[in-house]
Design a protein. Structure first.
Length: 225
């Protein structure tokens, strides 16, 4: 008897300003693919929740901190932040109109509908690299989940975000004592060094165990007060 395997089914495919983005269903999972690179799916969410919680914990009890999330993805980070009444204003920057549409009235709405109607939530359609260099507002925490890590970016333009100029922009976006949290599919000692060189303090890396292979991680750094 021949084994039966689920075959991914494309739900939507869009050509955006940064290339192709695809939403597909694979069994019970929804997956986002960008330019042929797997980004994330709806299988777990532990690492996205840790990203948000680790950022909050590093703020040492600051009341109603404002949060900037880079990347909407499948919505785990936003949903988790919005479910926590301790956060103040929550801004999500997402550059792909398709991803925003999938959440507002598409297949991903079930994960984020409550968060999107939360009065603290704001969705901004913009490239994060441009956003952090243009805005005058500052935030208590910045959580980045727009790539597979500092060394594994989705598009070439994102690479600069993890270098000296990009981290300087992230620091300017943070209030004194604010926290930068960066998700990565693998640990990056080189990125820890980049954080130090950019002036961040209290740098640490938290691991998220996975079934196989190296753990996912969250890199954390605090802007000096």
């Amino acid at each position: 008897m021949t084994a039966s395997y689920d075959i991914p089914v494309v739900i939507d495919r869009r050509q955006g300003p940064y290339g192709e983005v695809v939403l597909r269903r694979h069994g019970a999972l929804l997956q986002i693919i960008a330019n042929g690179c797997f980004l994330m799916d709806t299988s777990d969410g532990r690492s996205e929740r840790l990203l948000v919680d680790a950022a909050y914990d590093a703020l040492d009890g600051r009341p109603e901190p404002s949060l900037l999330i880079g990347g909407l993805g499948v919505g785990f980070s936003l949903a988790h932040a919005a479910a926590d009444p301790r956060w103040g204003h929550i801004t999500v920057v997402e550059r792909e109109r398709a991803v925003i549409d999938w959440h507002r009235d598409g297949p991903l709405a079930g994960l984020s509908a409550r968060a999107l109607t939360d009065p603290r939530t704001e969705i901004v359609e913009s490239d994060l690299v441009e956003y952090v260099n243009e805005i005058s507002d500052t935030f208590d925490a910045l959580c980045l989940d727009i790539d597979n890590g500092p060394g594994w970016t989705v598009t070439e333009g994102n690479a600069g975000l993890y270098g000296a100029s990009g981290l300087a922009g992230c620091a300017r976006t943070l209030k004194p004592g604010g926290v930068l949290a960066v998700w990565s599919a693998q640990p990056s000692p080189e990125f820890e060094g980049s954080l130090r060189n950019a002036g961040f303090q209290r740098i640490r890396t938290e691991e998220i165990p996975v079934a196989r292979g190296v753990p996912d991680v969250v890199h954390l750094g605090v802007r000096p007060g």
